[in-house]
Design a protein around this ligand. Sequence first.
Ligand code: HPA
Length: 236
Amino acid sequence: MATVHIESKKEDIAKVVLMPGDPKRSEYIAKNFLKDYKLVNNVRGMTAYTGYYKDRLVTIFPSGMGCPSMGIYSYELFKDYDVDVIIRIGSCGAYDKKLALNDVILVKGSYSESDYANELDGIKDKLVFSDGSLNNIIESTAKNNNIKIVKGNIYCADAFYEKEYDYNVRCKEKEVLGIEMETFALFNNAWKFKKKATALLTVSDLFFSDEKLSSLEREKKLNDMITLALESSLKL
Ligand code: HPA
């Protein structure tokens, strides 16, 4: 079987999928964390891998950037590949001054002005929530593995290059910790298909400082978040 955007056989996609944004990152995770992994998709260079983390079969499938791309892949994975759980593992910019580079956010709600949910299913809500039971598992796994996480809402933007705005005002008014570009599509698709989804985001840049992670640092520092997602998958 195949869909418009995925060439995998149905049995080659696991019930639990971890979604980084970058296809290079799915390769990094497979090579460094999985056993007996194989490439299961390469359409448009969206390299997805399925393999074992300890005794758990997982698929690492890249989402690409933005709601339209995340929307396509998570839709087809939930609907056509019978995936039960998707955990986005990505990066975000931080608005809230209590955050520092490399902090890991567990996303409770995703706020967006995007029209994705309306186009998907006539949904007008601007705030959509991740799955509470999944978040409980991730929170207890984080505690057991000594990984610090911050739980809160995130702003999901359509335009990376936005007109000037006051991030402090957005942070307070929308009650969001920071900004990324994919959770709103993922959570709405999960709602539509009655599946489970959440997101872990590593802070890669700060709006209140010029400190930044290099792309190499970014890759390496993501290990805490990847470990947390994979360890949590053992309990699903
Ligand atoms: N904006 C949108 N998405 C992001 C950012 C940002 O500043 N940083 C990481 N993902």
